[in-house]
Design a protein around this ligand. Structure first.
Ligand SMILES: C[S@@+](CC[C@H](N)C(=O)[O-])C[C@H]1O[C@@H](n2cnc3c(N)ncnc32)[C@H](O)[C@@H]1O
Length: 264
């Protein structure tokens, strides 16, 4: 009886992931990677991208993430070089600029040139570098950043591992990642249809992060209410481990011209 129960438990994640794939947006798994990426670029370049900032305000995501950063839940003041992946309308970018010193280098990277233009117009700051790039092929050298932030972007990959591998590559040893992702909840499924993305099962995403060398350090919540009702998505701080033979050095403050040319 006990064995049967255990076997059922082992089967549950597979069953859950099958149910998830049935109800969430399916295009992400049906189109080729290239076709899907083009589709997503067009989506964000177009009218949907122009209402993204408003949607983040209405859903309270933008103000609540700002509150988390201000309260030091994910302390960004400890970093020298921050890469914000999938910056969108600059929802996280704006908070990073406000929370850090003026000599902290911040790079905003996004697949959509149009979204980066919107972010720049909204943020009204010349401080960040804006770089067009795909999260699975980041145009940066190994170990260029001591922090990577990535909010609501990894759900645009049917398999998160190529993206996570890139985040790990550009991070310095001991570097931190602040990852926010859509969870396989009812609101997550609705989000997946609105933004043509997938959702993640928490354990599966944790396993993928570990596999790619980004073990989770802490799970975070947008607010106490979100923590209580286990809602608001998967928010985590992960850490790139220090290899046994690595001598830790603070990444140097950047000199001008050390990053790829600003492309927006
Ligand atoms: C929902 S928005 C997230 C905006 C912002 N990070 C936030 O926290 O609200 C997703 C952004 O990810 C970008 N994106 C989607 N696929 C991407 C990829 N493969 N590489 C880089 N950016 C991508 C989109 O262009 C869009 O601007």
């Amino acid at each position: 009886m006990k064995l049967l129960h255990r076997a059922r438990l082992r089967k549950r994640p597979k069953l859950k992931s099958r149910v998830r794939q049935l109800v969430e947006f399916k295009g992400i798994r049906q189109l080729s990677r290239q076709k899907y990426t083009e589709h997503i670029r067009d989506l964000y370049d177009g009218p949907a991208g122009s209402v993204l900032a408003l949607a983040s305000l209405i859903s309270l995501h933008e103000p609540l993430v700002g509150r988390m950063l201000r309260k030091g839940k994910f302390d960004v003041t400890r970093f020298n070089r921050i890469l914000d992946i999938g910056s969108g309308a600059g929802q996280i970018l704006g908070h990073l600029l406000r929370a850090t010193d003026s000599d902290t280098q911040i790079v905003a990277c996004d697949l959509s040139h149009q979204m980066l233009k919107r972010a720049r117009n909204r943020i009204k700051s010349e401080r960040p570098d804006y770089v067009v790039g795909d999260m699975t092929r980041l145009p940066f050298a190994d170990e260029s950043f001591d922090c990577v932030t990535c909010g609501w972007v990894i759900e645009h990959l049917s398999d998160p591992r190529p993206g996570l591998k890139e985040f790990q590559r550009v991070l310095t040893p001991n570097g931190r990642m602040f990852l926010l992702a859509t969870e396989d909840t009812v609101s997550g499924f609705l989000t997946s249809h609105t933004w043509k993305c997938r959702t993640y099962n928490r354990q599966e995403l944790q396993g993928a992060c570990e596999e790619m060398g980004l073990p989770w350090h802490e799970q975070l919540w947008l607010s106490r209410v979100h923590r209580f009702f286990k809602m608001g998505g998967i928010l985590v701080e992960a850490q790139k481990p220090i290899a046994a033979d690595t001598v830790l050095a603070t990444p140097p403050r950047p000199e001008s011209g050390t990053l790829p040319a600003v492309s927006v």
